[in-house]
Design a protein around this ligand. Structure first.
Ligand code: GDP
Ligand code: MN
Length: 387
């Protein structure tokens, strides 16, 4: 679970890490009211699950209410790397003397926690790693031992921060490690960690990724689920007007009508397969709709076979068949497709599909046989089904 910056700051604050006071909103008037309360200057910050907001115009300083209004209205609705800004965070602006970088994550190969600290903060750590790797001080922490104050001091010394930042940095890094471990995080990152001209050290940004399976031990994490970024596949499908829900399996499913789509998901499970999705193409199944559906499913690397299950009602069989044939000419589909076509004018539809059948395009008479075939093609061992 990836937290938005303001959620990450609230998470940090819970462990005593100093962050700026602020409030989140999705409304321009409310943003100005918040800024009036906090006192100027403020920073207006886009809350999206992506970095590089500053560069994209998603972080702006406002000296007064007028500027705050202008920035808030520009940033709300802004597209940052494909993420549309729905929420902004208004916080008290900080004076910055220096910008540092700090993070903890798991080093899987070493089976140890890895802390990274750099005097070159405010830019992406990947850039620092590429251009000036020596500027990153690393520390491996044995989870059994934990981060001792002594080890932390050595680490801070190795990073060559301004000596004025030493005490503040040690204090924050010890708390950050506690937040990382006790909070069951996969990643905690502060970029920039700032030294103020007054000598205080302070977290100006927050990137936190929590272990999703830790929700049982932290029921309060449930609040973060509503703001999780949506499944990319779902976004692509919804952009095409398709009713799509991403699942974890390998059999892509296309059906007309929500009821049939649900039954199709069920029958795939029943014969021992795992559906990759629920997708209802609705009443119409013309080439445009079918091509869109096939495209979305084809873009899911987990899909190993596709099951198209159509029961013609108002939509006639030959229309659907023509739609499938035309869609296959338009979209280059990798996984094999199994079709079950029944209902109104099914005979005519099957006659259209017949000459197009191949190792990549198969037809079965019943829903159950088609499901078995698709599951088999997806590489799962098909189990018996009773109806
Ligand atoms: P990111 O671009 O998504 O990483 O967003 P950040 O929260 O890291 O902000 C980007 C940059 O904006 C920081 O590196 C700072 O240079 C600047 N910035 C953010 N907040 C403040 C602030 O309170 N005061 C000042 N002077 N600059 C800020
Ligand atoms: Mn940042």
């Amino acid at each position: 679970m990836d937290l938005l910056e303001y959620q990450g700051k609230q998470f940090f604050a819970g462990y005593g890490i100093p962050v700026s006071a602020g409030e989140a909103t999705n409304d321009v008037d409310a943003a100005v009211a918040i800024a009036d309360r906090i006192g100027y200057p403020v920073v207006v910050k886009a809350q999206v699950h992506t970095g590089g907001r500053g560069k994209a115009g998603g972080v702006k300083l406002a000296a007064d209410a007028e500027e705050c209004r202008e920035h808030a209205s520009n940033i709300l609705g802004l597209d940052i790397n494909g993420h549309i800004v729905e929420t902004i965070w208004i916080e008290k602006a900080s004076d910055i003397a220096e910008e540092y970088y700090a993070s903890f994550t798991l080093d899987r190969s070493a089976r140890l926690h890895l802390g990274m600290l750099s005097a070159e903060g405010g830019v992406e750590i990947e850039t620092v790693a590429e251009e000036n790797p020596d500027a990153i001080a690393k520390i491996h922490v044995d989870p059994v031992v934990g981060l001792t104050e002594e080890a932390c001091r050595d680490w801070v010394a190795a990073a060559n921060l301004n000596p004025a930042a030493t005490e503040g940095a040690v204090d924050i890094l010890l708390k950050l490690y506690t937040a990382y471990v006790d909070g069951d995080a996969d990643l905690v990152e502060i970029n920039p960690l700032i030294l103020k001209p007054t000598g205080e050290v302070h977290a100006l940004d927050a990137k936190v990724s929590l272990d999703g399976s830790a929700i049982y031990e932290h029921p309060e994490y449930e609040q973060y689920e509503a703001t999780q970024p949506r499944d990319e596949r779902e976004q692509a499908a919804n952009d095409k007007g398709l009713q799509y829900v991403g699942l974890e399996g390998t059999v892509g499913v296309i059906a007309n009508g929500a009821g049939l789509a649900m039954s199709t998901v069920d029958v795939v499970n029943q014969v021992g397969g795992k559906p990759a999705n629920f997708l209802d193409i609705g009443g119409g199944a013309n080439a445009d709709v079918m091509a869109g559906a096939l495209e979305v499913i084809n873009n899911d690397p987990a899909v190993k076979a596709i099951f198209i299950n159509i029961f013609g009602g108002i939509t006639r069989g030959e229309e659907v068949a023509n739609g499938i044939v035309e869609a296959m000419q338009r979209v280059d589909i990798d996984p094999p497709i199994v079709i079950r076509l029944d209902g109104t004018n099914a005979e005519e539809g099957r006659a259209i599909l017949e000459p197009n059948l191949s190792e990549k395009l198969m037809m079965e008479d019943t829903m159950l046989d088609a499901a078995r075939r698709a599951v088999e093609l997806a590489g799962a061992e098909p189990a018996g089904g009773s109806n």
